[in-house]
Design a protein around this ligand. Structure first.
Ligand SMILES: [Zn+2]
Length: 289
């Protein structure tokens, strides 16, 4: 496994070296396979390594069987603050204390709990996105090497074409799912906060006790640095309800405070990338002689 990871590091170094210079931008999300845990540690020591929650729960379920453990594990993992993580873990302990002891001893929470994860997963808590590639690789890996590479290139070209068509239908500034998140937060929460300006950029947002999921009375929002001490803005890349309250008050467009990777134009630019056919390149090179 370390050999494959070294080859991967070489390819990244050659084609996308910025992800090695800024290691927080390249996050590994794996099934916790033993070779991967050690290999990523050795070859990519500075890059965050997340553990797939689905695989983590499968391992947990082999030892501890209770219907409430799965939602509580996901609740703990997705908690953006240590306070919310502790609340979820306490609920898990009430269901099965041994399960929590096993969980924390088996998988370091820095690899799966959002409140202390050092990178950004943008809502990806499982390796499902890789499993869909894995499913067509089952066919590809039975082929001779060159046929395998051609098969993979053909599949990825098809994927990119389909996503290109889907992306072409998006006309909003940000993708639909993010626009919907913002709309729901504005409708359900943002209008219900009180706030006080500290500086032009820094605001204190006060919560009311009847707002669901609010564990604290006040939150500090920095609209210049795109942070809130509820941590949701930093971890998701989308302004949290506290930040939205301030942005609406300042009559600023919330979409302009979303991470650029969620802009429809940025996604289109990536998915419209064309896979070149190596044979056509060779023919071009020959024809220019
Ligand atoms: Zn917040």
């Amino acid at each position: 496994m370390a050999l494959v990871l070294r080859l991967l590091r070489g390819a990244i170094s050659q084609h996308a070296s910025i992800h090695l210079a800024r290691p927080e931008t390249l996050v590994f999300l794996s099934d916790r396979q033993k070779g991967l845990i050690e290999g990523v540690d050795i070859v990519f020591p500075d890059n965050p390594h997340g553990y797939c929650l689905r695989h983590l729960y499968d391992n947990l379920h082999k030892k501890f069987k209770h219907k409430d453990l799965q939602p509580l594990l996901y609740k703990a993992a997705k908690s953006p603050t240590v306070q919310e993580f502790d609340v979820a873990i306490l609920e898990m302990k009430k269901v099965d204390n041994d399960c929590v002891e096993w969980l924390l001893a088996t998988a370091d929470k820095n690899h799966w709990a959002e409140d202390c994860f050092p990178g950004r997963r943008y809502g990806h808590f499982t390796s499902n996105i890789a499993e869909s590639i894995n499913s067509f690789l089952l066919t590809a890996r039975k082929l001779p090497v060159f046929s395998m590479m051609e098969f993979i290139r053909g599949e990825l070209t098809q994927w990119f074409h389909e996503r290109s068509a889907k992306g072409g239908a998006e006309h909003a500034l940000v993708v639909k799912s993010v626009a919907l998140d913002i709309e729901v937060s504005v409708q359900n929460q943002a209008h219900r906060y009180r706030y006080q300006r500290s500086t032009d950029a820094i605001w204190e947002v006060r919560s009311q006790t009847n707002i669901p999921d609010e564990l604290r009375g006040s939150y500090i929002v920095n609209i210049d640095q795109h942070t809130c001490d509820c941590h949701r803005w930093q971890t998701s890349g989308v302004p949290c309800a506290h930040a939205l309250a301030i942005l609406l008050h300042l009559r600023k467009d919330p979409y302009l405070f979303v991470e650029p990777c969620f802009y429809s134009a940025a996604i289109k630019a990536h998915i419209l990338y064309q896979f070149s056919n190596p044979r056509s390149n060779r023919m071009d090179a020959t024809s220019h002689r």
